[in-house]
Design a protein around this ligand. Structure first.
Ligand code: BMA
Length: 844
């Protein structure tokens, strides 16, 4: 039974009231506000207009008071059943944020201090037949951690080290401080008889096209006087259509299933993410079902190879025997108010990731172990998950027994909840702690021991050994090699670009930062021969609609205080330097939006094509970051209003499974290769055309090639002189495309944007509202043609693209939640028309 209706909410000064008074069944709560469960306090206050939307202007500062109060939830429910001696009633909270005390019918039944996990209470003795009153008190984080030491390294709000709750709540370099509270996940009552499953773990032991062996391990909790031996277990595996594949029963707690000719689960780019249905039943001696476990189950093997046959280091995910290049991004919480965030924010953004050929998401360690919907969608869509444990950029008090007990419980529960997911490929201890500890320690900024080390280097691996030994445990990200961010081993965060870190660096050496035009430039990606790039990226503006919706009247201009407030990073000049190096410094808000988006998109393309050329010695490119939790300016590829930035549309091209790439820098030769991530070889011809802005083809070459499955082939090296054939490097575009059209065309300019000489273009638009398409064409070359919307959640088959002289392109528009496209709100521009053209004026 779900307890989701009629919850009431009220705040008090911390400690102002006697808790037993507020928890009492007879307490009159008629005047309290109604609230949604699951949900959160801030979202309720916004709905009730008791706080102004914290995402508008500086309103977040005005609602700081929320985190200082004591918050009470109350509800009533009816319970008409009776309980026999062998029955128990459990009250389960899937998530309480964070320091909560639970009362049933005025009795204090327990308290919790961990947002990340479910909490279950045996309420068999507290329940009443008839009407029951449930109350939950949330104490302010600041009160709870008051008096606890916090005089050592912790980025952002220092109190967070003691609170097992989303670290990003306390502010991060892409989001505001908004410390949430409330019942953020569902609440249930479960009646249990005799016993229950305390864990069911199905894993693929081995699998190939002929046969698969699946092991199902169960943990059983029996209620006195019953014993584990009193139970029998049955397991059945069904196809996606419900046909039975296997059935086994046993008196033992471990069962084995053998499957002939299994349909394997693949990431969507390599095959079908096929999911079976697995049902496991716990039966008593009479054959009565006392508990059931159902899940979707993909048969697959996943490992991380760390050595190549030739002895070189690798960091390659191997799925069903295939070395896969991990293409994807880092995932942060979908909203600052996680509790009330809707499931479609998950589905929509994961679908978008898949459409951009991504095959891996990294759940970053400063957020949450995601909601079930996230993992279910990754299973379904064929996206692998790199899962961090929730420790980020701080030292954690591993010397404190209570804290460690809390963490131990968290890790066990999280592993038990998530290990069933086919998508889960790797467990990782923390975000950036080992690496940054060494940096700060070497610099003398940290003088304490490495507090927290016990968690990542002993507690977590010990628990995983017992509860999930099927995935690689990686202690931190980045990890491996000399300074733990080394290119020769493990994974790496490339923060040379954007943050200006000077690398390589050796353990113990002083940290050098080069925040200069060259220091932060995306051209540094080409110096990076990492095994696996698990974080790298650059800022880009959000789309105009998103910014305008949250910036107060009169403040939507470049360098306004409000614009600056959207950027939570330190040293805003880093972004300016990056643009200065590639596009030049923006002078207007329109230029800022275009320049930052173009620089991010071109910079990621530059880095990712380089990483992909090195495969398998570089075998992963996870961009920092996919999504946003509020309408800011950040590293994200999709903004808060679910409007993709230019980099997203570029990703649809630079992550394509098969592509021709040209390794080139201004003044240097052009090195042509074809990357093939598919499992079949390709034979084709690659056409390379150099086209002048007047439409004249100044160079054309056709190169026959064949490329083996899952490999890269270098085709040719051409000098700039040869391909320019006397034309100006600032007035040509290079096209690389397959003669048969078997993969998408790739395009390059031979000079950085600021050094190009684009013609003035006029983009013509024809819209087709019935078909939800628009057609764009230009007589001149049009650079960075952008279609802007006046509504959220609109995606296009392509956007932020170039039109060749005389080219015309039709793009499909889609509103993620099926709402109508508002054509009258569409505007189109290109960077060399520098004019927004309202669609109506141009309609033919
Ligand atoms: C890394 C991440 C985040 C951060 C990002 C950008 O440090 O792990 O903590 O937001 O880079 O600075």
């Amino acid at each position: 039974m779900k307890l989701s209706s009629e919850w009431k909410l009220q705040w008090f000064e911390a400690g102002e009231k006697n808790p037993l008074e507020l928890a009492a069944p007879y307490y009159i709560d008629h005047f309290w506000m109604t609230t949604a469960v699951p949900g959160d306090v801030h979202s309720t206050l916004i709905d009730k207009k008791l706080i102004k939307d914290p995402f508008i202007g500086h309103n977040d500062l005005d609602c700081r008071w929320v985190e200082e109060k004591e918050w009470w939830y109350r509800t009533s429910f009816s319970w008409d059943e009776s309980l026999s001696k062998s029955e128990k009633l459990e009250l389960e909270f899937e998530g309480l944020d964070t320091f909560a005390t639970v009362y049933l019918n005025g009795l204090e039944i327990g308290s919790t201090e961990n947002m990340f996990i479910e909490h279950s209470f045996d309420v068999s003795r507290a329940i009443k037949q008839g009407k029951n009153k449930l109350a939950v008190r949330f104490d302010p984080v600041t009160e709870e951690v008051e008096g606890k030491e916090r005089n050592y390294w912790c980025s952002y709000g220092k109190e967070r080290i003691w609170a097992r709750k989303a670290a990003m709540n306390f502010g991060w370099d892409w989001g505001p401080r908004l410390v949430t509270t409330g019942i953020w996940k569902a609440v249930h009552l479960h009646k249990r008889t005799k016993g229950k499953f305390d864990g069911v773990f199905a894993k693929t032991v081995k699998a190939n096209e002929e046969k698969a062996l699946v092991e199902i391990k169960t943990d059983i909790k029996s209620f006195y006087p019953f014993h584990t031996e009193n139970f029998r277990i049955e397991a059945e595996l069904l196809t996606a259509d419900g046909a039975e594949v296997c059935f086994v029963k046993s008196n033992l707690t471990t069962l084995h299933l053998e499957i002939d000719h299994p349909t394997l689960w693949w990431t969507h780019d390599l095959g079908e993410p096929y999911l079976y249905e697995l049902n496991v039943k716990l039966k008593d001696e009479d054959g009565t079902v006392v508990d059931e476990h159902s899940q979707q189950f993909g048969i697959r093997t996943v490992t991380v190879e760390q050595k190549h046959e030739n002895g070189e280091n690798l960091f390659v995910f191997n799925l069903n025997g295939v070395r896969l290049f991990a293409k994807g991004a880092n995932w942060i919480p979908v909203h600052s108010f996680i509790g009330a965030a809707r499931n479609d924010r998950y589905s929509n953004q994961l679908e978008l990731a898949k459409d951009a050929h991504m095959n891996m998401m990294r759940v970053w360690g400063g957020g949450i172990y995601e909601k079930d919907i996230f993992y279910e969608e990754c299973d379904r869509l064929g996206l692998l998950v790199w899962q961090d444990f929730m420790f980020a950029n701080a030292l954690y008090p591993d010397y404190n027994e209570n804290f460690m007990e809390n963490v131990r419980n968290e890790v066990s529960k999280v592993v038990k909840r998530l290990r069933k997911h086919t998508c889960l490929a790797l467990w990782c201890g923390n975000n950036e702690i080992d690496w940054i500890y060494d940096r700060k320690h070497s610099d003398g900024e940290i003088t304490t021991p490495f507090y927290g080390e016990q968690i990542y280097h002993s507690l977590i691996p010990e628990i995983l050994k017992k509860l999930d030994n099927t995935r690689l445990y990686w202690p931190s990200s980045p990890f491996g090699g000399n300074d733990l961010d080394a290119e020769e081993m493990g994974d790496r965060h490339n923060w040379q670009v954007w943050h200006g870190n000077v690398e390589p660096r050796k353990k113990g050496e002083a940290v050098v930062q080069d925040i200069s035009l060259e220091g932060v430039s995306f051209k540094n990606y080409k110096k990076d021969y990492t095994r696996f790039s698990s974080e790298f990226g650059m800022h880009a503006s959000s789309n105009q609609f998103t910014l305008k919706s949250y910036i107060p009247e009169g403040e939507f201009y470049w360098k306004s205080d409000e614009m600056s407030y959207r950027n939570k990073d330190h040293f805003h000049e880093k972004g300016i330097l990056l643009m200065e190096g590639y596009t030049g410094i923006p002078e207007t808000i329109d230029e800022y939006m275009n320049y930052s988006m173009l620089t991010q998109a071109e910079g990621l393309k530059y880095g990712i094509e380089h990483y992909r050329r090195q495969k398998p010695f570089t075998a992963g490119a996870l961009i920092w970051q996919l999504n946003d939790c509020w309408p800011g300016t950040s590293w994200s590829m999709i903004d808060y209003e679910l409007l993709p930035k230019a980099s997203y549309y570029y990703a649809k091209k630079f992550f394509a499974p098969v592509m021709a790439v040209i390794d080139h820098d201004p003044g240097e030769s052009l090195k042509l290769s074809v990357i093939n991530d598919r499992l079949t070889s390709i034979k084709d011809s690659l056409n390379v055309d150099v086209v002048g802005f007047n439409g004249e083809v100044v160079f054309s070459r056709s190169l026959d090639f064949s490329v083996e499955s899952n490999s890269v082939t270098e085709l040719a090296v051409l000098s700039e002189e040869e391909v320019l054939n006397g034309a100006s490097a600032s007035k040509v575009i290079v096209r690389a495309y397959a003669a048969t059209g078997s993969f998408e065309e790739n395009r390059y300019y031979l000079r950085d944007y600021k050094d190009m000489n684009y013609p003035a273009a006029v983009v013509e638009i024809e819209n087709n509202e019935a078909e939800n398409t628009i057609t764009l064409s230009s007589r001149e070359l049009a650079r960075f043609v952008k279609v802007d919307f006046n509504q959220s959640g609109v995606t296009c088959s392509d956007n932020f693209f170039d039109l060749l002289p005389g080219e015309s392109k039709t793009i499909n528009l889609c509103q993620l939640n099926g709402e109508a496209i508002q054509f009258e709100g569409i505007s189109v521009s290109s960077m060399n028309s520098r004019k927004t053209i309202p669609i109506k004026e141009l309609q033919r």
